[in-house]
Design a protein around this ligand. Structure first.
Ligand code: SF4
Ligand code: SF4
Ligand code: SF4
Length: 437
C-alpha cells in the first residue's frame, strides 16, 4: 500500500467509526450512492435494506463501520486494484485486455430473446451445464412479462432460467445485495454493470489486502466473495432516474411494459424502438433518453468493467456484441464455447481512430460545460440538458467510427461531460467527492 492509499484509508477508517450514520452523511446525503447493494450484504447485523432510492438502516447498528468501508462510493484504490489484477499501474482506455472480438450466440432460443449477441447467457449456460459453477448471479426481472425493465438481483442454478434474465433493464439494481444469500455455493459466476463490478472487486481486494488493518472488514469481504470465480462486466453509459423509464414509455403510448412485443435499441441513433401487439412501433428518440439521467452515473469512473475477467459491450454490428477478454481465464472459457460451436465471432474493425483522436480535445473541453444541467440537479434535483449534447449525438449518426474506436469515443463521452464535470462542479458547490485513487 503506498502512502496515498494509506492516507485515504486512514481518513475513511476515522469516518467509519460513526457507523451507519457515516454512510448516510457522506454517501447518501451527498447524492453519491450508486444503489449497488454492497452495504446490505456486508452489514454483520443484517440491519441495512434497500429503499426505493438508497439504503436505509432498519435495525440495530453497532458502529462497526463496515458498510461505510465497503461502499464503492467512499473510496476506491483503482491504481492498486489495477496493479493487483493486471500487474500495471496504468488503466488504458477500456481497461486492460488481451483480445477484442465481435461475437454472437449460435443458440436460436437465446437470440430470440436477446437484444444483442447473447454472450453472457451463452457463457453462463455452458458454465452451469458443465458444472463449472454452481450458480450465476445476474439481473432477473420483477414482473412476469416478456420485456420487464425493472431488475432485481437473482442467483440462477438452472441454465433454463437464464432466458428470463436476458432482456434490458433500465432501473438501478442493487445486485450486490444478493451476495449475502449466495455464500453457500462453492463456485459462482457474476455478471453486472461496471459499477457492480467495482463494488464486487473492492470487496475481493479488501479480503486480500486489508487483513491486517481491517480484519473484520476483510473477513466479511472474503466470506461474501471468495466463491466468485468469474466476473463479466457489462459496458454502461448511464441509467435513467427512478421511474423515468415508465414515464418515458407512457409518453410514446406504451402504458405498460407488458405491451412490448419486441424491443430494439438502435446502436447508431441511440433511439429505442418498441414493437407493439398490433405490429406498430413506438419510438423514443435518444434525445429524450438523456433528459432524465440517473445522478448516480455522474460519479461513475468506469465505462467497461475494468476489473472484470471479460467485458461485454454492444456493437453497431447487430447481432454481435463487442467482447473484451481481459485474462487467460476469460480466453479459456470463451474458446471452450467457440470449440463447442456455442458462439461464433467476426473480426472487430478498428475504424475511425483518427476521428476519435481529432475529437478528443473537444470531448475533453466538455469538462467546462454543464452538458446535462448537473448543477441544476445539485441545486433543484432536476437535470436540464444542454443542446450541445444533441449536437454531439449527431457524430454517432455520421458512422465514422467502428469497433474499438467507437467504444473509446463513448468512454470519453462519459468521462468528461459526466464524471469530470460532476466532480468539478460538486467541489465548487461544496459537495464531497469519492476518493478514486
Ligand atoms: S455495517 Fe456496521 S456500521 Fe453499518 S449498519 Fe451494519 S452494524 Fe452499523
Ligand atoms: S453505493 Fe452501494 S454500498 Fe454505497 S451506500 Fe449506495 S448501495 Fe450502499
Ligand atoms: S453509468 Fe456507471 S453507475 Fe451508472 S448504471 Fe452504468 S455502470 Fe452503474
Amino acid at each position: 500500500m503506498d502512502s496515498r492509499e494509506r492516507d485515504v484509508l486512514d481518513k475513511h477508517i476515522k469516518r467509519s467509526q460513526e457507523g451507519y450514520s457515516a454512510l448516510g452523511k457522506h454517501v447518501v446525503e451527498q447524492k453519491m450512492c450508486n444503489y449497488c447493494g454492497a452495504c446490505v450484504s456486508v452489514c454483520p447485523k443484517g440491519s441495512i435494506t434497500m429503499g426505493a432510492e438508497s439504503p436505509q438502516l432498519t435495525g440495530e447498528c453497532n458502529a462497526c463501520g463496515i458498510c461505510y468501508l465497503a461502499c464503492p462510493r467512499t473510496f476506491l484504490p483503482m491504481t492498486s486494484m489495477q496493479q493487483w489484477l493486471f500487474d500495471t499501474d496504468e488503466i488504458p482506455p477500456l481497461g486492460t485486455y488481451k483480445q477484442a472480438t465481435l461475437a454472437s450466440s449460435n443458440s436460436e432460443k437465446i437470440m430470440e430473446h436477446s437484444p444483442d449477441g447473447g454472450i453472457v447467457t451463452t457463457l453462463f449456460t455452458y458454465m452451469l451445464d458443465h458444472k463449472l459453477v454452481d450458480a450465476v448471479i445476474t439481473s432477473g426481472k420483477q414482473h412476469e412479462c416478456t420485456w420487464c425493465y425493472h431488475p432485481k438481483p437473482r442467483a440462477v442454478t438452472d441454465s433454463g432460467d437464464l432466458l428470463e434474465c436476458i432482456d434490458r433493464k433500465y432501473d438501478p439494481n442493487p445486485l450486490l445485495s444478493i451476495l449475502k444469500d449466495t455464500t453457500g455455493f462453492a463456485k459462482v459466476a457474476f455478471a453486472g454493470l461496471a459499477c457492480h463490478v467495482l463494488g464486487l472487486k473492492k470487496l475481493q481486494y479488501a479480503a486480500r489486502m486489508y487483513r491486517e488493518e481491517l480484519p473484520a472488514f476483510a473477513k466479511i469481504s472474503d466470506r461474501l466473495t471468495r466463491n466468485i470465480d468469474f466476473v463479466v462486466g457489462i459496458g454502461c453509459m448511464c441509467r435513467m432516474g427512478k421511474g423515468a423509464w415508465d414515464v418515458m414509455l407512457k409518453e410514446v403510448g406504451v402504458d405498460s411494459e407488458d405491451q412490448v412485443v419486441r424491443h430494439l435499441e438502435e446502436r447508431i441513433s441511440g433511439d429505442y424502438v418498441f414493437e407493439l401487439p398490433d405490429g406498430s412501433e413506438a419510438r423514443v428518440p435518444h434525445t429524450r433518453i438523456i433528459e432524465d439521467p440517473h445522478h448516480m452515473c455522474f460519479l461513475c469512473c468506469d465505462y467497461d468493467g475494468y476489473f472484470s475477467d471479460l467485458t461485454i459491450d454492444r456493437s453497431e454490428f447487430q447481432p454481435y456484441s463487442t467482447v473484451l477478454l481481459r485474462n487467460e481465464k476469460a480466453e479459456d472459457m470463451f474458446s471452450r464455447c467457440l470449440e463447442k460451436k456455442l458462439l461464433h465471432t467476426r473480426e472487430i474493425p478498428h475504424k475511425g481512430a483518427d476521428f476519435v483522436e481529432d475529437m478528443a480535445p473537444m470531448l475533453k473541453s466538455l469538462v467546462e460545460f454543464d452538458t446535462y444541467g448537473y448543477e441544476n440537479f445539485l441545486k433543484t434535483g432536476k437535470f436540464s440538458i444542454d443542446p450541445t449534447m444533441q449536437q454531439m449525438m449527431s457524430h454517432f449518426e455520421e458512422r465514422r467510427m467502428r469497433g474499438i474506436p467507437e467504444n473509446i469515443f463513448l468512454e470519453l463521452l462519459k468521462k468528461y461531460p459526466q464524471f469530470e464535470f460532476a466532480k468539478k462542479k460538486r467541489a465548487e458547490l461544496g459537495y464531497e467527492n469519492p476518493d478514486f485513487i
